[in-house]
Design a protein around this ligand. Structure first.
Ligand code: ADE
Length: 242
């Protein structure tokens, strides 16, 4: 997968050299380009923002540097990337969207700052490529950079070969519309607290049932919205009894 990121703070992306994302870059699974938006400015002050039309507080990112950046990174003669613009006004980022993005050959992230990017940049880009504004949640960050780090981490771990144990993907929270059951490791007793007996029983049927019940119970308590959204066909008879 190819990923390009445009930002006025390219230094934010230094952590992408680390850990499993760094390894995915080193082995070619992920080809990453981080670009400074100001390299597409032409004035001495390298200006990227201006006051909003219609008034109001804050500044808006001017369209010209963004237009030039997107022209350079998504040239008309090549296959169009998918443009992602982090914004608190975007569609919610979910595990389902992470899977969708992991299947794309080329993602292009545009990191806005201040009150956002002039809307015409996105409207013009949408004539040439799919554009998705994405929100991490119902809160406001300074800009899109941290959101890109989060989205990329969720996407890159789904790429083939990035996780040593692909089973981790099928067992984890959100894999089946439920939160994951609690997990334990050795020692069996720690500070007077025991690991649930069933997990030490070696009885794989009972363990699977316990984990399923714990996941249902935890999801119902913490995320009743997820439980309500669960397709009833995903439930078995014993889930209903629980
Ligand atoms: N930029 C500012 N706030 C954001 C949020 N909640 N999600 C994604 N991008 C953002």
């Amino acid at each position: 997968m190819r990923v390009d990121i445009v930002s006025i703070f390219p230094e934010y992306f230094a952590p992408l050299d680390l850990s499993l994302i760094g390894k995915a870059r080193a082995n070619g699974t992920l080809q990453l380009g981080v670009h400074d938006l100001r390299s597409w400015t032409h004035d001495v002050h390298r200006t990227v923002d201006d006051t909003p039309y219609g008034g109001g507080p804050g500044m808006v990112m001017r369209p010209e540097p963004w237009g030039a950046a997107l022209d350079a990174l998504a040239p008309a003669e090549s296959a169009a990337p998918r443009l992602l613009v982090p914004s608190p006004a975007g569609v919610p980022f979910t595990q389902a969207l992470a899977y969708e993005l992991a299947a794309e050959p080329h993602l292009l992230f545009a990191c806005g700052r201040y009150e956002g990017i002039d809307q015409r940049v996105l409207d013009h880009a949408a004539t040439r490529m799919p554009v998705t504004e994405v929100s991490l949640g119902d809160y406001v960050l300074f800009g899109g950079e941290v959101a890109v780090l989060v989205i990329l981490e969720a996407v890159v771990r789904l790429l083939p070969g990035v996780l040593g144990n692909a089973g981790s993907l099928t067992e984890e929270s959100h894999a089946h519309g439920l939160l994951e059951a609690p997990m334990y490791t050795k020692p069996a007793t720690w500070r007077g607290l025991d690991v649930p007996e069933v997990l030490r029983s070696g009885d794989h049927g009972r363990i699977a049932r316990w984990r399923r019940d714990a996941a249902l119970e935890r999801t119902g308590r913490r995320r009743p919205d997820m439980l309500a959204a669960l397709d009833p066909r995903e439930l078995d008879k014993r889930d209903v009894a629980a």
